[in-house]
Ligand binder design. Structure first.
Ligand code: FES
Length: 84
C-alpha cells in the first residue's frame, strides 16, 4: 500500500506555536486514515529566517507553514486522496 509521508516539526518554536496540538491531532486520527500515513517527528524542518509562520509540517516532501489542527486534517485527507 502506498503511504503518505507526514513529518511534523516538534522543535521548540513550532511546538509552542501549535506543533503540540498537531501531534495530538495526528495521534487521534481514525485508523482508516492512519493506515495510509507514515508519521514522523522532526526537531526542526529548517524554518530558518523565512517569513512564514510556524508550525511547520512536511508532507511527501512539501513543506507547509502555519498549519493548524483543522488544516492539518484537510491537508492529510487531500494528500491521501491524491497519492494513495
Ligand atoms: S522549529 Fe519547527 S521548523 Fe524549525
Amino acid at each position: 500500500m502506498k503511504k503518505v509521508n507526514l513529518k511534523i516539526c516538534v522543535g521548540t518554536m513550532c511546538y509552542v506555536m501549535g506543533g503540540a496540538e498537531l501531534r495530538d491531532a495526528v495521534e487521534s486520527l481514525p485508523q482508516n486514515i492512519l493506515e495510509h500515513l507514515n508519521v514522523s517527528y522532526s526537531p526542526c524542518l529548517e524554518c530558518g529566517k523565512g517569513e512564514q509562520a510556524p508550525p511547520f509540517i512536511e508532507i511527501n516532501g512539501k513543506r507547509i507553514a502555519g498549519v493548524s489542527k483543522n488544516s492539518l486534517i484537510q491537508i492529510v485527507k487531500e494528500e491521501i486522496r491524491n497519492v494513495v
